[in-house]
Design a protein around this ligand. Structure first.
Ligand code: ZN
Ligand code: ZN
Length: 136
């Protein structure tokens, strides 16, 4: 049994509304709830993503299509990262082929081949070799 309730509740006249109670505690609670997004009751709500206040309709959570997209992208990025981590754990990548340097068949420069069947140091040398093959 609280003394406050019996004192305030039944006097009438003085206190018209519980939520507008003149006590300072009531005021600060009101302000806190407004900052927490209670604006929704007045048609204004804050964007879940960027926090901007906007007039939403229905169950809109975001101020704009852009914010909705950002949330979508971020959520899917998380999912994709988790998926990739899981996949990497299940199927570790084969170690990269390390090939000994060899001499370019076109210019003679030593180079480190990226593929086992690489014959030229660069696309240019490959092209030069191609030209020579077809012009002799
Ligand atoms: Zn927003
Ligand atoms: Zn070369």
């Amino acid at each position: 049994m609280t003394m406050g309730a019996s004192r305030f509740g039944l006097k009438g006249g003085n206190i018209r509304c519980w939520c507008r109670s003149s006590s300072s505690a009531g005021e600060s609670a009101d302000r806190a709830s407004r900052e927490n997004g209670e604006e929704m009751t007045r048609g204004l709500r804050s964007c879940v993503y960027c926090g901007v206040a906007f007039a939403g309709t229905g169950r809109a959570l975001y101020c704009s299509q852009r914010c909705r997209n950002r949330v979508y992208v971020e959520r899917h990025r998380e999912e994709r990262r988790a998926y990739l981590l899981q996949r990497r754990a299940l199927h570790p990548r084969p170690p990269r082929l390390v090939l000994p340097p060899r001499a370019c068949e076109q210019c003679g420069q030593p180079f480190t081949p990226f593929r086992a069947d690489a014959r030229y140091c660069s696309a240019r040398c490959r092209y030069q070799a191609f030209l020579q093959r077809h012009h002799t």
